[in-house]
Design a protein around this ligand. Sequence first.
Ligand SMILES: C[S@@+](CC[C@H](N)C(=O)[O-])C[C@H]1O[C@@H](n2cnc3c(N)ncnc32)[C@H](O)[C@@H]1O
Length: 232
Amino acid sequence: METPCGSNAGDCKENNRNTMIKLIISCFLNRIMSVFTSKAYDKLRSLIFPFGKILDEIPNKGKVLDVGCGHGTLPLYIAKNKRNVFVVGVEISNKRVLVAKEKVKCFGNVKFFNCNFIEFKGNEKFDTITCLDVLHHMSRSLHEKVIKKVSELLKPNGIFILVEIDRHPFPKYLCSRMHDLMMTKSTDFNLIRKGVAIKMLESYGFGVNSIKDASSAMYGRYMIIAKKLKRG
Ligand SMILES: C[S@@+](CC[C@H](N)C(=O)[O-])C[C@H]1O[C@@H](n2cnc3c(N)ncnc32)[C@H](O)[C@@H]1O
């Protein structure tokens, strides 16, 4: 009998089975490749960005949330180096969260959520919130919404660590821009200047504890460490 495949029923079944097997193998290989590429990315990322500078600012216990955690590089780095800290990573890209979840298997102190940070609904508050290289990927109108959300999710006296691209020194700024262009293949870039970030933080009840240079050999970054002040 003719079938939709244009051949007999036995051939059609065989074709369907072969297609299914090919699909399963290709999904499996894709997952392995993305985890492998992501592990290479983790190594590269820790070379271009000194994660240790962020780690130094995080207390040895408590809860940390990382905004826009990508493949989970920073949450996993914190979880590995601070075993008494529980880390939550929030990431809008489903693909990235899947890769992060693959890597999390050997850690009991990390969890990832796939959602827009602005819409993140957690019923817990955090001791520390980190936001590394995320704001310049968002529209300017969202910068303030992120700071507001961070303020809502932090415990009183909680710490917010914001790391962003610095315009100074200019050669390092150029390297950062080039890097971004290559990685994202997009010219969408909304730098938040240090002064603007500080004013925004102060308007949402933060006191700026310190501003540090978090640059590496090639890339320029500023790091603002701000405390959520208790409001009277
Ligand atoms: C340059 S990557 C930085 C990733 C990670 N923080 C790191 O330093 O390795 C910026 C990340 O922010 C994520 N992102 C952008 N907008 C977001 C949003 N509204 N909510 C959650 N994640 C977001 C992007 O999907 C991307 O993974």
